[in-house]
Design a protein around this ligand. Structure first.
Ligand SMILES: Nc1nc2c([nH]c(=O)n2[C@@H]2O[C@H](COP(=O)(O)OP(=O)(O)OP(=O)(O)O)[C@@H](O)[C@H]2O)c(=O)[nH]1
Ligand SMILES: [Mg+2]
Length: 131
């Protein structure tokens, strides 16, 4: 099976809240919460994919991002490489462009949501960075 390279954004607003979105039921890991993002296409860098996906999915314009964590995870039906970046420099009003529910949550609240199993190390790193 080919590992799918995914650009994922931990988007943090000036009040230190993080943007999460609910994956539509019919998709892989559907019904769970996620950090917005999607597959890196051929010829794209991770940053380019992140900019494109965050515009498409939540209507935010990203100016820069920082590598946050990179992790491989094998689901029974899919292998993913989550290339996670933190995003602080962005403009726009977040909106679920694919009719998905979105929420801004504090770093303490984020662990109360049900994420795909692969996301565990991301959540741990977010919590450990809490002041
Ligand atoms: N965006 C995103 N994908 C995640 C997360 N955690 C995780 O396991 N994934 C997995 O990464 C894979 C690709 O993400 P995706 O479905 O968002 O890709 P995409 O936006 O390009 O979707 P598309 O193929 O419908 O265009 C999915 O199998 C998904 O389950 C996460 O926090 N955010
Ligand atoms: Mg996506």
């Amino acid at each position: 099976m080919k590992r799918i390279h995914v650009a994922v954004g931990v988007i943090i607003d000036p009040t230190d809240r993080i943007l999460i979105a609910k994956r539509p039921e019919h998709l892989h890991q559907g019904g769970k919460w996620e950090f917005p993002g999607g597959k890196v296409e051929i010829g794209e860098t991770t940053e380019q994919a992140l900019i494109r996906e965050l515009k498409e999915e939540v209507n935010l314009t990203v100016f820069s991002s920082e590598p946050f964590i990179k992790l491989s995870f094998d689901y029974p039906d899919k292998q993913v490489l989550l290339d996670v970046h933190s995003v602080i420099a962005f403009t726009g009003q977040a909106k679920g462009m694919e009719d998905q529910q979105i929420k801004w949550v504090s770093k303490a609240e984020v662990i109360e949501y049900n994420f795909p199993e692969a996301n565990q190390p991301i959540l741990e790193k977010i919590i450990s960075k809490q002041q």
